[in-house]
Structure formats: C-alpha cells, structure tokens
Design a protein around this ligand. Sequence first.
Ligand code: SF4
Length: 496
Amino acid sequence: MSSEAVQEYTVAQGRAKSFYTRYERKDELQHQTHYCPGCGHGTVHKMLAHAIDELGVQDRTILIAPVGCAVFTYYYFDVGNVQAAHGRAPAVATAMKRSRPESIVISYQGDGDLSAIGAAEILHAANRGENISVIFVNNAIYSMTGGQAAPTTLIGQKSTTTPEGRSAMTEGYPLHVSELLATLEAPVYMERVGLGDNKQIAQATRAVRRAVENQTRGLGFSMVEVLSPCPTIWKMNPIDAQRWVRDVMEKTFPLGVFRDRTKETAPRHALRPAPALDAIPRLLGLAEEDLPADHAHTVARHREIDLQVRIAGFGGQGVLLLGEVLAEAGLDAGLEVSWLPSYGPEMRSGTSNCHVRLSSQPVDSPLVTVPSVLVAMNEPSLRKFDLTVRSGGWVIYNGDTFPADCMRDGVHVLALPFTRLAAELGDPRAANMVMLGALLEIDGVLPRASIEAALGRLVKNPRWIELDERALARGRELFKESLRQGSWAKESRAEA
Ligand code: SF4
C-alpha cells in the first residue's frame, strides 16, 4: 500500500478522551490490558468511555468499580474512581450521588457481584429510583475466581461448582435481573443488550449512552444488562464465545427493553440535603434547651470526659449488663456513648467482655484497646487485659488477692472479693453492680440519677432493681473505705 493510499483513511473512532493515555501494568505486560483476548469488558469499557465523552461529563463522572474481573476499571477510565466492597457498588453509588448530586455516578458490575452478593443492594437502589446508571456485565459465571456458578449461570452450563451442569432442581433457575427489577415502580430505563455480533454491539452502544444520558437529565435509575463473552472461563476461542452469546445465552436472557419511562418521567428534584450533624440533636428533640432544666444531661456537659472501660469475665457474670448500665446512664447524662459487646458462642461460662466509652466529644471508635478502667471479673480476664490498661488507669479486680505478677507501675488496683460481698447482700450475681458502684466512685462521671434511670430501663424485676441499688451503694462504700485505708494503694506500686 502506498503512503498516499494510507493518507486517505480517517480514524472513525479513536481512543476515547475518558481513557487514560497509559495504564499501569508490569513492564512485560504493557502491550496488553488486564482483560483476556475476546473479553466483553474491553468492548463495554469502550462504549462507556465514548458515551462519557459525547455527553461531556468526564470531569464530573465517578465510576464505581466492582469486585470481579472489572475491578481494574480504575486503570483505564480517567474519571473519579472508587472501588467498592463486593456487591456494594449501588450503595456506594447512592452515597456518592446524594452527596454530590451534580456528579454522574456509574456503577459498573459483573453478574457475580451484582446478582449474588450484591442482590440486595441493586434491588433497593432500583426500588429507591436512585439517579444513577448501572452497567451490568453478565457473562453467566464467576470469572475472576475461576469459574464458579453464578445466579445467572444457564441450566446445563458447566462450572467448577456445577461440574455436571447447572440443574434447576439443585441450583435453581437463572436469575433474570432485568425482568425482576422491571417489576419495581421506580426504575426509569432497563434494557438487556448483547455483544453477540456487530448489530447487537451497535444496539449496546446506544443503550449504554442512554443510561448515562438519563442521569444527566436527572431522570432516575437506569440499568443496561450486557450479555458478554468470557472466552477464558467458557473455554472457547473469542469467536465461538461471541457466537455463544448470540446463539445460546440470548435464549435464556432475551434481549429487549424491559422498562422505558424516559419520555413521561420528569427530572427528579434534587434530594433534600441531609441535615448538618450538629443540627440532629435539635431535630430529634435532644438539644440541651429541649431537656428539662434539672435533667442530668446538663450536669455532664460541663466537663471534659473520656472514660474508656473494658469489662471482662465469664458469661453469666453480668459483664454485658454492667456495660449496658454504664452506657445507658451515660446517654441519660447527655454524653457521647458507645457499647460494644464481645462474647464466645457458649451461652454460659464462656468468656465475655465489652467495651464502653463515655465522652464529652463524639466517639471516634467503639473499640477500647487502651482502657482507663479495666473491670476484671475473674483471673483469666485480668491476665488477658491487664497489660492494656493505660498508665494512670485503674484495675477493679474480683478476687481475694491481686496476683503479684500482674502488678504494674502507674496502674491503680482495687482488688476485693466482689462475688462474696454480693452474696452477703443476698445474691452473688450482683457482684457486677458492686463493681460498677466502685467504678462510679473512681471518676464521679455519672450523676446518681442517671444510674437509677438506666437501671430502671434495663432491669425489669423490682426485686433485682432493689438489690442492684444496694449493690451499687455497697460498691461506692467499698471504694471509699479502701481509699481511706489505702488498701488499694498497697496492692499497687502505683502513685495515688
Ligand atoms: S476471565 Fe472472562 S471476564 Fe475475566 S477478563 Fe478473562 S474473559 Fe474477561
């Protein structure tokens, strides 16, 4: 061919501007993309990138990448990229769109991601009519993980988990996601297209563009399902794989438009913006000025508080209840609170512990990894958590003597036989409340009225409320007695 002849050719469709000019790969793989030869993802990527270009939205597009082969979209699209946890792309897209309504948010997902682990997310995003565009690439199998059956796997199709072919009796029928979502009121546009031949590809190109365009017009939820070849996992060459889409897949998943309300749908009004965080207490009637003047809330607000408590013992010792009373009382006192239980599978006598934080500032994490107070209801719990207590912190230990090898400089200890002391009050099971009484004296963080209110809400049996109140009072006395006698100081090498 002469050079003159070459000059007569024009490029009908070059690289989309929405693609990076160079993508990241190992040096020896720079000449190829992440996708296998004949894979449909490359074709769908190209359609999508050109749609973004044509609609002029590259600078405000956010593409949510899934888990699966298409996780690598962020190597190719020069737009805002986010990678979501498996199946959660529609939920992430919802948050993105609602917080940035001017953006164009596209959830790009495969069939394992969207129709299996993410089935709930797509269903509810569609049902809410989120103004997002979903590109659903259906190749009837889990590809990235090596070919397990997906909800979309065809009857009779072999996979690593259906080696004799999918059976309706054992694996159920292929899930028709587009038809299913088209039964919902809210979606605006839903079409299934294929990559089985050039005619199908042309229609798919139009559909992908429409799904994005609908969003630019503010119309609502649009989804395009693309039947797409996966030659590698199907164990076919690219040509046979493309034919299989057209001749076999399409019989189970007929192509067509399942919903099109784009003409009669008016643009959705921008969602009401979420209230500012500091306005929420007022909206819920919990602002300081909404509470009675004598409410305990007003007491706790005036101090800087950051009490981090770890409570540990055997199941059945009331570990979680102790934490709940503390947390509930903190709420009553108007503090920021978290309560996080952790327990083994055993109903009784297994280990049990919980994390409680009471703070005058928002709690950044419910985990208490360096407690200011450790309430250890038995020796194994003491040994497990003793070293985590912060310097200047406290250990309240249920035992006759504190193990000498657990003593630490800079940590205060109150060791008493709380179970026996509770038994003297009428029931050894009230040991947790005796220990709580002692804890409350350490910091004085919570008003008595808040503790009583918490007990009233959490303990239903009047006999137990009465016993617990006596136990709390006993704990307070014991702490003060120990303080007077300096017995806790003798147990610890700490400075008081
Ligand atoms: S395994 Fe299948 S879906 Fe994944 S990249 Fe290869 S051809 Fe595409």
